[in-house]
Design a protein around this ligand. Structure first.
Ligand SMILES: Nc1ncnc2c1ncn2[C@@H]1O[C@H](COP(=O)(O)OP(=O)(O)O)[C@@H](O)[C@H]1O
Ligand SMILES: [Mg+2]
Length: 247
């Protein structure tokens, strides 16, 4: 079954075609990695998929439904989660408060004025379980800005996962991490359930080849290669443009 299908998707910024007529689909449970030089349009593509930016043209289908024009929060309710290239935690709030805020909005009834004490209990138990699993419970009263970058990253991705997404979009999860922290992220992605579809953008080749079942290469907003990791590694154009290897 298809999780995501993008058809003829484009995004122009003034004269720049950041994403240029891109089409691909991702099966439920697939691990797709998107690579490409800086400025290739990877982050813009994610912004289109999760609705941060409107598409100039093209369609986006998520779990069989056309979501091209629906707002970001409704895409989130349908099961999209995203960890940003830039940390999206509240740096001046505690670890615990960040957990509460992230998990509070899981259900569509979040704007209800009166809620049972039981509802809050369910959320705070869930936050506690999540922070324990992330090995951050001991640091629950720390301000997030005082955590290491690796811990911030782990927390951000972990909170995204606690929302039990159907599609996880990760934009450069390895950026700024030590090798050890990066291998922690690789394990985390590998251990995700097969019901979760994962699309990752990254530059770290250990991560790329560690998690990818399939790789798409973007170049000036266009797909120049789409295939199994071995095919991508052997593709002469990719080697020349992206891996910088001349034959
Ligand atoms: N909000 C924006 N306004 C204008 N140009 C943008 C904007 N966001 C991205 N771009 C341009 O679109 C192209 C793709 O950028 P981006 O998607 O960030 O690439 P990547 O994530 O692959 O490095 C670049 O030329 C970039 O300068
Ligand atoms: Mg980017």
């Amino acid at each position: 079954m298809e999780a995501l299908r993008v058809e003829g998707l484009s995004k122009n910024f003034g004269g720049v075609s950041a994403v240029d007529n891109v089409s691909f689909s991702v099966e439920v449970g697939e691990r797709l990695v998107i690579i490409g030089p800086n400025g290739a349009g990877k982050t813009t593509l994610f912004n289109l998929i999760n609705g941060q930016l409107p598409a100039t043209s093209g369609r986006i289908h998520f779990l069989g439904e056309d979501i091209t024009t629906i707002p970001t929060h409704r895409r989130a309710h349908r099961g999209q989660a995203r960890a940003f290239q830039i940390i999206s935690l509240f740096l001046n709030l505690s670890v615990l408060d960040n957990g509460l805020l992230a998990l509070h909005g899981t259900k569509p009834y979040r704007f209800k004025l009166f809620r049972s004490i039981n509802h809050y209990k369910v959320i705070s138990d869930k936050v506690q379980d999540t922070l324990r699993a992330l090995e951050l419970w001991e640091k629950r009263d720390e301000l997030v800005k005082n955590l290491s970058y690796g811990e911030q990253r782990r927390m951000e991705i972990g909170l995204g996962l606690a929302l039990q997404p159907k599609l996880l979009l990760l934009d450069e999860p390895s950026a700024g991490l030590t090798m050890e922290e990066c291998s922690g992220i690789i394990d985390m992605i590998k251990n995700l359930g097969s019901d979760i579809t994962v699309v990752v953008v990254d530059h770290d080749m250990d991560l790329v080849f560690g998690v990818a079942e399939r790789i798409i290469v973007l170049h000036y907003g266009q797909i120049i290669a789409d295939g199994a990791p071995e095919e991508i590694q052997a593709d002469p154009r990719v080697r020349e443009i992206y891996l910088g290897i001349e034959e």
